[in-house]
Design a protein around this ligand. Structure first.
Ligand code: ZN
Length: 212
């Protein structure tokens, strides 16, 4: 299959990807380099499983729940809807009104986190557009398999607990965080966001693309 256009919605580790407060930042150490006389370039990486554009599995908030290696690859390549969220401090259930979702589709919310340039600014802000628990429950009710947001986390920074994460992860819905949808028009796409296949890990960086 040939695609007319592929949008890369991934932020760059060691580049424009912001870091969640307290999380281990991505770093790359050069272990050997051709410039210094070695036969090859070899890097060693340090980062959080939640560094940059990444997927969260149920294990992130639920003890004993599924990790990413336990999901089949089919869950990471799915039909997707990019939905514009204009104004307001959060994504609400009404934002799904009129979106022709079929069971198993992904929904990615395009908010001012992307359109203002915040997500690619390299600086963390507490005042991002989050996903309300009601919107998460509406996604579950519509059979959505994966939800994406253009920020580092889905829950309100100022609320205790993680009601939005729990509403999604508790219903086997994957969470895609830290995507940049600035240049992506609302509409239907195929999403591909394949995580590293690490044993027992609750999250993984991904290269996320939208194709159509
Ligand atoms: Zn995460």
């Amino acid at each position: 299959m040939k695609f007319e256009r592929i949008y890369d919605i991934t932020l760059t580790l060691g580049g424009d990807a912001p870091v969640y407060p307290g999380d281990t930042p991505y770093s790359r150490e050069v272990r050997s380099s051709i410039e210094d006389g070695s036969r090859s370039n070899v890097s060693v990486l340090a980062m959080s499983a939640h560094s940059g554009t990444h997927l969260d599995a149920p294990r992130h908030f639920i003890a004993g729940a599924k990790t990413l290696d336990e999901f089949p690859a089919e869950r990471f390549v799915v039909p997707a809807h990019v939905v514009n969220v204009d104004g307001g401090k959060c994504v609400r259930a009404e934002h799904l009104d009129g979106v022709a979702i079929e069971r198993g589709d992904a929904v990615l919310f395009r908010t001012r986190n992307s359109t203002s340039g915040l997500i690619a600014s390299g600086v963390f802000s507490e005042n991002y557009v989050y996903v309300s628990p009601e919107a998460a429950e509406a996604c579950v009710a519509r059979g959505v398999s994966l939800v994406g947001l253009d920020y580092l986390t889905f829950d309100d920074y100022h609320v205790d607990g993680a009601p939005t994460h729990l509403a999604l992860l508790g219903n086997d819905v994957l969470i895609l965080e830290t995507i940049n949808l600035k240049d992506v028009p609302a509409g239907r796409y195929t999403l591909a966001c394949l995580p590293l296949k690490m044993k027992g890990c609750e999250a993984s960086p991904v290269r996320a693309v939208l194709m159509r």
